[in-house]
Design a protein around this ligand. Structure first.
Ligand SMILES: C[S@@+](CC[C@H](N)C(=O)[O-])C[C@H]1O[C@@H](n2cnc3c(N)ncnc32)[C@H](O)[C@@H]1O
Ligand SMILES: [Zn+2]
Length: 411
């Protein structure tokens, strides 16, 4: 990591609009950072202070994990596709993600990266040159929706579109779908966890089209609401989605879905949850009017989340391929944590929707908290489906009823 001084052109934007009004040259201290196999130029936060550096250009070292996962994903997808692919990253910031796609995945023929921040675009262009990637990476200064819409035409669509914004991706999903090839993949990050996790359900309804709920498995609900948004936006065009993988890490959730040409109404419904006894039920959208809102286990009133995606959120075979790819990526700095994450994902991939947490079971039923792994083994030995989950290290996926689980816990 080094530090150097450089002059950066800063173009001021009119508030709320994308028109350039005036230009000035300011001196921005620069630093060089290595991530994966690329080198990126960033504003030097040691000189500027971290807040000022963030205002110039966004770069988060903690999300290198998300980028490592994305690299593993793209390598796998490209390998299975078996032909050169094109990728778009319309909210690129420093360009690090797009640069890594171009450098680290041999099958990538072209990456087009774009950002609305002209300073970010300048930095990204310099980093492209620094890595000698001019023949593979194109950088544009554009609003994400304008950029994606311009590519949403025959010959312009991408194999993979990666939407990684601040907060909610909801404003970009429609244009991301229009600019993705059938059979291609849309990777989407959401960081607006308070709405998605049930703190502000009505905000989730506005952004994602479904109500969130503050349960012990609210991070899974977050993933399901995000998938529902993708499903709904794709349905408008008579397309459907196939979730390949997803993860909830730190302050964000991220999903990877394949766009399919088939029409589909399956995989959508509501989740009913009883806070009194922790019983929960997935109700298909067509059965909603037929279902009582009283808990069939304890008679209490059930709360509702959705509409949301109720189908599978992982494709087990694809996730196994991710593990195989990862085993060949020794250079990744987060290889060992990714390996743990992927093995949990493979373990839970075929499990039923929602999970219990041992802490909420012990709080509601006033029992000693059992060890997750021991409980899983006992449940399996009795013929139940039981698995851990990457969403919560004290989580348990289980295909029986809450009363059956309690029998186990109490015995
Ligand atoms: C979270 S950062 C992207 C981080 C990046 N993907 C990475 O992995 O490091 C979000 C970026 O979106 C850009 N942005 C915000 N609104 C935009 C819009 N309407 N169109 C294009 N870019 C936008 C911001 O300037 C910022 O650089
Ligand atoms: Zn109940």
């Amino acid at each position: 990591m080094g530090s150097l001084k450089g002059a950066m052109k800063v173009e001021k934007l009119k508030e709320g609009r994308h028109t350039e009004t005036r230009q000035r040259w300011v001196k921005v201290p620069l630093k060089i950072l290595q991530e994966g196999k690329v080198t990126v130029l960033l504003p030097d936060e040691k000189v500027l202070g971290s807040e000022a550096a963030k205002k110039v250009l966004f770069y988060n070292a903690f999300t290198a994990f998300s980028r490592d996962f994305s690299l593993c994903f793209l390598k796998t997808y490209a390998r299975l596709k078996g032909r050169p692919i094109r990728v778009a990253e319309p909210l690129t910031a420093s360009g690090v993600r797009g640069l890594r796609y171009a450098k680290e995945v041999d099958e990538v023929r072209e990456v087009v990266i774009s950002d609305i921040n002209p300073v970010a675009v300048d930095f990204a262009r310099m980093s492209v040159a620094l890595n000698g990637l001019q023949c593979k990476v194109r950088v544009e200064l554009s609003d994400a929706n304008e950029f994606l819409s311009a590519h949403g035409v025959k010959g312009g669509r991408f194999d993979v579109v990666d939407v990684d914004p601040f907060g909610s991706p909801a404003p970009y999903v429609d244009s991301a779908i229009r600019s993705t090839l059938i059979g291609g993949v849309i990777a989407v990050t959401a960081t607006d966890m308070p709405p998605l996790c049930g703190v502000y359900p009505e905000v989730a309804l506005r952004r994602y089209g479904g109500l969130s709920l503050r349960t012990e498995y609210c991070h899974e609900i977050a993933v399901r609401l995000l998938l529902y948004l993708l499903y709904r936006e794709a349905s408008k065009y008579n397309l459907s989605i196939k979730p390949l993988t997803a993860h909830s890490t730190r302050h964000y959730v991220r999903v990877y879905v394949q766009l399919l040409s088939t029409k589909s109404v399956g995989g959508v419904g509501f989740l009913y949850h009883c806070f009194k006894c922790l019983h929960r039920e997935v109700v298909d959208i067509s059965d909603v009017g037929l279902r009582s809102t009283l808990c069939e286990n304890c008679g209490g009133a059930m709360k509702l989340a959705g509409p949301l995606w109720t189908g599978a959120i992982f494709d087990k075979r694809f996730c196994e391929e991710l593990c195989a790819t990862l085993s060949m990526m020794d250079y990744l700095s987060s290889k060992s944590s990714l390996k743990k994450l992927l093995s949990l994902i493979v373990a839970e991939a075929d499990g039923p929707p929602t999970y219990y947490t041992l802490s909420s079971l012990s709080r509601v039923y006033r029992i000693r908290e059992p060890k997750t792994q021991k409980l899983i083994e006992r449940l399996r030995s009795q013929g139940f489906y039981a698995s851990p989950t990457h969403f919560n290290f004290k989580g348990l996926r289980f295909n029986g009823r809450i009363s059956e689980l309690l029998n186990f816990l109490m015995s």
